[in-house]
Design a protein around this ligand. Sequence first.
Ligand code: PEP
Ligand code: MG
Length: 900
Amino acid sequence: MAKQVYYFGGGEADGTADLRELLGGKGANLAEMSHLGIPVPAGFTISTEICTYYYDNDRRYPADLDEQIRQAMGQVEAVMAAGFGSAENPLLVSVRSGSRSSMPGMMDTILNLGLNDVTVEGLIAQSGDERFAYDSYRRFVQMYGDVVMGVRPADDEDHDPFEALLEGKKASLGVTQDVELGAGDLRALVAEFKAEIKARTGADFPDDPREQLWGAIGAVFGSWHNERAAVYRKLNNIPDEWGTAVNVQAMVYGNMGNDCATGVAFSRDPATGEKRFYGEYLINAQGEDVVAGIRTPRPIEQLQDEMPDAYDQLVRICDTLETHYKDMQDIEFTIQRGTLWMLQCRVGKRTGFSAITIAVDMVKEGLIDEREALRRVEPDQLDQLLRPVFDVEAKRRAENEGLVLAKGLNAGPGAAAGKVAFNAHDAEAWADRGDQVILVRIETSPEDIRGMNAASGILTARGGMTSHAALVARQMGKVCVAGCGELDIDYATRQMRVGDQVINEGDFISIDGSTGEVIAGAIPTIPSEVLQVLLQKTMSADDSEVYQRYESLMAWADRTRRLRVRTNADQPDQSATARLFGAEGIGLCRTEHMFFEEDRIDSVREMILADDEAGRRKALARLLPIQRSDFIGIFEVMDGYPVTIRTLDPPLHEFLPHEAGAIEQLAAQTGVPVERFQRKLEDLREANPMLGHRGCRLGIAYPEITEMQARAIFEAASDCLKRGIKAIPEIMIPLVGHINELRLQAGVVRRTARAVQDETGVEVDYQIGTMIELPRAALTAHEIAEEAEFFSFGTNDLTQTTFGLSRDDAKFIPDYLHAEIWPEDPFVSIDGSGVGELVRIGVERGRATRGGMKVGICGEHGGDPASVEFCHGVDLDYVSCSPYRVPIACLAAARAALSD
Ligand code: PEP
Ligand code: MG
């Protein structure tokens, strides 16, 4: 009989932390805690293999599962000294999901299972508290009715049928609080709940605890495929095949009186990463109350006064766990009549901000090494260090003008401003249309996950730092203010009131996730501390611990990575920014971006409008000094680092105005008749400009353009070299598909280089290479490499041309992602098996001709962590990305090197 059920409790366990795949995170850690002698209520885990079996076999179970459950239940009964279904001394259990990777709140949970009209009497005897027993029974029927029997609100606006009955009961008794209901009222509610279930489903509520247990197990396995879990998995790249385990565990109670409590704690602050015991708890409550955010909990420090022994034990356990697992722990605990029980431990979720703090601090504390620290920070999390905060002056003005509406908990750091949406659907729809949205909810539930993902910020009226809103927002890296009790939100009128102020749906608000403030209106934002130290120089490195940690992490990444990281930049200031972020050269300077500036667009247009070469040369002569000074600026910044300059690439019509008014204005300004403009525009018109007269095709038609650009590059390089600035130009020809195209263009560049070097007397160390942007270029890379001294993969165009998909018009991409035709947008993350295969072929064939040839990538993929990993795998020399992505690419490259 294969093992399917794993017992834990009483200082022993069948499983260990290593069996995470089989037992899920929760089950594996309960087993581990039990081994460590930490008090956990006894229970057992039904393995994830049963989940797979359940779905493969039409929602049936293996024949011997029942027997294994009976045996494990027997062990639990022995350790907890109670009987499942016993009338006198009943054992009650919780039934919870537990997948390999935590999915907070996404799947279903049942508490107090085993209660019926008979066992409730036993619970009264055990607890000596009739009200408590009936309250537990009431909660159980409500949860089971919802989760297993499907009695729940139909939509966002509908009321919860059980809550409606509860409210009705309170109203009929003239009371407002749940605690004012007596045992008799709760008993009556149990009967009303059961009648409601019968009326809505036609089924009787099951009284037999075993039947209840099987119903709950089925519901938990079933919840693996509910919509919110599926969305969460997709957002977090969790495979559908993993399945969930089911944990059945003896109930302990935090709601048996004022000597009971329940809470959540972290071994470090999950928002900032600061090393301090951090958490919150509620006296006389069940665990779900803390997470659901129904009551706002107390900070954990207060527990030290209220229950000093339990507090000390908790701190010790937390330390033991952090030292054992060598990572920040997130624990759930319950104190039942003064006795502490641990319900769960797991590696704590954290903001990107705190991930970096914790990883760097743990290296300093000697808990982990640098390599492990790099593994602990997702490259995209670095974004949070580089995230904006509010402009201090603008915020102060808002404060002075009395625009601060309220203050909640600082649940997700950063600053966000946007339009208020009161439900997740609106948030999603508005964000799709391009609006910045702040999702405002009384409290969030897993149903809101899409809206939260779409919103720039999340604001809730209820719930603590570990409420759903807070946890999920932090994980998504969203700005979040939670538990802002002063907000009076009315979904029906789509308004919220704060004191006597009214905010309507669609009004702008700003939220500060670092301070918890909620402010009327949209406040402008300014860059992060890292940016202030690095770029603005408005803060010194000594004053910023944030910056110091960033610097340590980046230094470790730099020591570890093999891939070089360059930047795509066309201006000296962009280049300077990228250098400060660690860029080791320019991988793509798109020279056409320089053509749009005020002082040169006229000459560019004049060149395009010229009828002959002489006319074009005249205009180009005016552009030459301007381009030269552009290049000088960039060489100065990149002193000693290579600068890849691409010759003109876009179709020429992009430089001309198209609207009648603008054409007339330009005609008047240049003295060129309007008709000539129109004729030229007509000449240049193409049905598919991105596949038309662009790239090297322009330089082939008008070699004088390439010649002027080459002259500007070499004159600039000579100028710099004369002044001791180390200019290393790499001239790159775009959109080559045939070796002969490159030969022609390289010839122009070489001739010009020779001429300039002869004129100036300065020899310039340069290379000529090409972009690989067309499938034909990749496939004939061995031929192209005869001429090209380097390759740079232009994966934007290579994706477009491989998929046969216009990069400008692919409006259907969201549909393709939704239908899971593609796992990712191929313009964001490289399509490994198609585009990636062409890259692999291109590298291999190119280097077969020219051994050790330098190869890089300069499409947008160069800043996407998954694509960077791919580039490492196919042995590129460098990736090139936008300046602000440079640190992200550096970290991604280091992590790729670690997984070799
Ligand atoms: C590319 O095609 O990947 C590229 C970098 O060039 P551009 O985006 O300028 O076409
Ligand atoms: Mg391109």
